[in-house]
Design a protein around this ligand. Structure first.
Ligand code: SF4
Length: 112
């Protein structure tokens, strides 16, 4: 039987650990990219009438982010920061926000 990295669980664990470490040490997006992300987020929020997320949605989003390796709870003075998009925890309060890697989405809003 051929044993390669697809069949050796130890190698998979090693690879997964290395990937996780890279995620943990990855820098946030550049200031320019963060500005673009922020402007896009604000534009989407404005286009839907500045609607805030419900408390249930906010709690679900925070619970998801707290388990995510991209989440840095101490950044932005304790508001927390997603190192994938660079946004602060404030994004979880906006109905139109979504996770950049699809872990949570925007609330369903009227199409008006
Ligand atoms: S928004 Fe998504 S990628 Fe960012 S910390 Fe939360 S779950 Fe992770």
């Amino acid at each position: 039987m051929i044993r390669d990295d697809k069949t050796n669980p130890d190698l998979w664990d090693e690879k997964a650990s290395k990937m996780l470490e890279q995620v943990r040490n990855s820098p946030p997006p550049s200031l320019g990219q963060m500005a673009v992300n922020f402007a896009t987020s604000m534009s989407q929020w404005a286009s839907k009438g500045f609607k805030m997320a419900t408390e249930k949605t906010r709690k679900e989003r925070f619970a998801t982010c707290e388990k995510c390796d991209f989440w840095k709870p101490k950044n932005f003075g304790g508001m927390g920061q997603c190192l994938k998009c660079g946004c602060s925890g404030a994004k979880m309060h906006l109905a139109t926000s979504s996770c950049p890697i699809g872990k949570w989405g925007s609330e369903e809003l009227d199409k008006s």
